[in-house]
Design a protein around this ligand. Structure first.
Ligand SMILES: Nc1ncnc2c1ncn2[C@@H]1O[C@H](COP(=O)(O)OP(=O)(O)OP(=O)(O)O)[C@@H](O)[C@H]1O
Ligand SMILES: [Mg+2]
Length: 322
């Protein structure tokens, strides 16, 4: 479905948690990325109907979901949205199956409830744990129960709020793929909040970057990485080097330590070489700035070094203090 936010905003007294958002979301999987406190959860909750916006209109396709002006506010359970939280939000006294069935609407018969809950559990490959309580499940299994509860209501849209942050790195990678597959297989849309930029870039068709209550950029991860809207985005999504004018940015992978054609030349002194597993991040001091470049080998601290920048990888943008 097409999600339209027209001036949707949230104020808590004098705090503007989310500044007016004007945005149309058509993609099936979107990530929201931003620092702690920038308004990600507030934005999700306004979509879900768990927080009332202070102003604006919200439309799903052509259906008005919220309008301050027209006094429209569709109830959360009528929005066909499910939400998965960071802490899973499972009931400790209920089995996995009961937890999943719990979210289903009251009008569903007992038998159908059980059937749908079972089906959802099987989609997340957890049928054999149906009778087990959350306390006896691993973190990843609890996450799966939460996901099953979300898909059981057959939502059009699933909102994930830092849903993987309680899991270790390996499990997180795995669950990330599983979430994408499941959301896709039930034909739903997904909006996934994270403050992990690698996660955001790897998962989404489109990424929405927020800073201090404001949506600063929305687009494909590649476009955001290569053409960041401002210096906040440039520094937040990946590493950036800045020329003296403070408005021109070069990504570390576009700087070579070896002469190439059509390059701009700089020299500096090696400050540090940091091992990153598949390469070294070399910190080079040029005038008063630290430049970041990559190489396959470390460089001795204090060595004079030349940097070659490919001209077509120099991006001009306005630097704004983040
Ligand atoms: N119920 C509330 N009352 C008052 N202020 C609130 C309330 N909820 C959120 N805020 C404020 O709104 C701002 C945005 O909060 P929000 O929870 O949306 O951030 P977030 O991006 O989800 O952060 P995190 O990554 O830490 O979860 C913060 O400054 C927060 O203190
Ligand atoms: Mg949050």
């Amino acid at each position: 479905m097409i999600i339209r936010l027209e001036g949707i905003e949230k104020k808590y007294g004098h705090t503007q948690a989310v500044k007016p958002v004007h945005l149309t979301i058509r993609d099936s999987f979107v990530t929201i990325l931003g620092q702690s406190g920038c308004g990600k959860t507030t934005l999700l909750k306004m979509l879900a109907g768990l927080t009332d916006p202070s102003d604006g209109h919200l439309l799903f396709d052509d259906r008005m979901i919220f309008s301050k002006e027209k006094d429209v506010n569709v109830k959360p359970n009528k929005r066909e949205i499910a939400m998965v939280f960071q802490d899973f939000g499972l009931w400790p006294h209920m089995s996995a199956l009961e937890n999943v069935a719990f979210g289903l609407p009251g009008k569903v018969t007992r038998r159908e409830r059980k059937e749908r809950a079972r089906e959802a559990l099987s989609m997340v490959k957890l049928e054999e744990k149906a009778t087990v309580k959350p306390g006896s499940l691993s973190g990843g299994q609890q996450q799966r129960v939460a996901l099953a509860r979300a898909i059981a209501i057959q939502p059009k849209l699933i909102l994930f709020d830092e849903a993987l942050s309680a899991l270790d790195a390996v499990l997180r990678d795995h669950m990330r793929e599983e979430i994408l597959n499941i959301v896709q297989s039930i034909g739903a849309q997904g909006i996934f909040v994270t403050h992990d930029q690698t996660e955001a870039m790897a998962m989404s068709e489109s990424m929405l970057v927020m800073n201090m209550g404001e949506v600063v950029q929305y687009g494909a991860p590649e476009d955001i990485y290569h053409s960041p809207a401002d210096s906040f985005v440039a520094n937040f999504i990946g590493k950036a080097n800045w020329l003296e004018d403070q408005a021109t940015m070069i990504r570390p992978e576009n700087i070579s330590l070896y002469p190439r054609k059509h390059t701009v030349h700089r020299s500096g002194v090696v400050i540090k070489s940091l091992y990153e597993g598949d390469r070294y991040l070399i910190m080079v001091k040029h005038h008063e700035q630290i430049w970041k470049v990559y190489d396959q080998q470390p460089h001795q601290e204090g060595t004079e070094i030349s940097l070659y920048i490919e001209e077509n990888h120099i991006h001009s943008l306005m630097k704004r203090e983040a």
